[in-house]
Design a protein around this ligand. Structure first.
Ligand SMILES: NC(=O)c1ccc[n+]([C@@H]2O[C@H](COP(=O)([O-])OP(=O)(O)OC[C@H]3O[C@@H](n4cnc5c(N)ncnc54)[C@H](O)[C@@H]3O)[C@@H](O)[C@H]2O)c1
Length: 249
């Protein structure tokens, strides 16, 4: 075992950690030795997972900035500042730009961009005060390229915002807390169920991926674990793409 990869005893918060990529992240960080806090709007699922990982479940909707501050203050009081924060909670909605209703547009930006800011700031203030830690934001290939054929301008715009938010926080918090992002390509979770059920979308996706397959959530989680660990001690402000080559062509 390379000692810099060891996460033994580190307190790690994972938003949206009850399912999909967030669940895999919680599992991998726990495997690495971290004490994982699963913060999700689905408390029942978070509680069930926390029980299997000897972790902690927290009910949190990332769109609620005050709730995020309260959760972070409570955690800091009971367990100290987190060493690792993974801002993973996210949603997708598919609608053409000319037709999308503004409530849907705002909801996607609210969860995927504002949500990352709320939790980064709420938990980040305790990490910055402690003078150490690693934040990993879950972005997407959609923050770099406009994927097709599914229309999702709000999602893409939010993820592009996450990339620059990542770099901005990395610069502001440099020397104290590292801030990076992982940009997954298409991954086999609930979020891609609709697209996987539509051959006209799914075939286009697969043709665009040189490796010819979707990611398993664990493959994304392992990239997160690297950035979260001391193995990445000189890496901050970067967006690590894990996409089977999708954005290479
Ligand atoms: N699946 C993919 O192909 C893919 C690709 C690139 C990026 N991503 C990103 O990865 C992250 C996780 O996606 P996933 O595929 O695992 O999704 P998922 O739908 O499988 O799981 C999302 C989890 O987030 C939680 N969640 C949703 N909204 C929340 C909120 N407002 N507050 C707290 N928790 C909330 C859900 O309860 C769920 O546990 C998202 O940010 C997504 O944009 C996914």
């Amino acid at each position: 075992m390379i000692r810099e990869f060891d996460l033994t005893g580190r307190l790690a918060v994972v938003t949206g950690g009850a399912a999909g990529i967030g669940r895999a992240i919680a599992e991998v960080l726990a495997e690495g030795g971290a004490r994982v806090v699963i913060a999700d709007r689905n408390l029942a699922a978070a509680t069930a997972l926390a029980a299997t990982l000897n972790g902690v479940a927290l009910a949190l909707d990332v769109t609620d900035a005050e709730a995020a501050e309260a959760a972070a203050a409570g955690l800091a009081r009971d367990h100290g500042a987190p060493a690792i924060l993974v801002n993973n909670a996210g949603i997708v909605q598919n609608a053409p730009a000319l037709e999308v209703n503004l409530a849907d547009w705002r909801r996607v930006i609210e969860v995927n961009l504002h949500g990352v800011f709320h939790t980064a700031r709420a938990f980040g203030r305790h990490m910055v005060a402690a003078g150490a830690g690693s934040v990993v934001n879950i972005s997407s290939i959609c923050g770099e390229v406009a994927v097709h054929p599914q229309p999702q301008a709000a999602y893409n715009a939010a993820k592009a915002g996450v990339n620059l938010l990542t770099r901005s926080l990395a610069v502001e918090w440099a020397g104290k807390v590292r801030v990076n992002a992982v940009a997954p390509g298409y991954t086999a979770t609930e979020l891609t169920l609709l697209g996987r059920s539509k051959p006209e979308w799914f075939d286009t996706w697969l043709r665009g991926i040189p490796m010819g397959r979707l990611a398993d959530p664990r493959e994304i989680a392992l990239a997160v674990a690297f950035l979260a660990s001391d193995a990445a001690s000189y890496i901050t402000g970067t967006v690590l793409t894990a996409d089977g080559g999708y954005t290479a062509i």
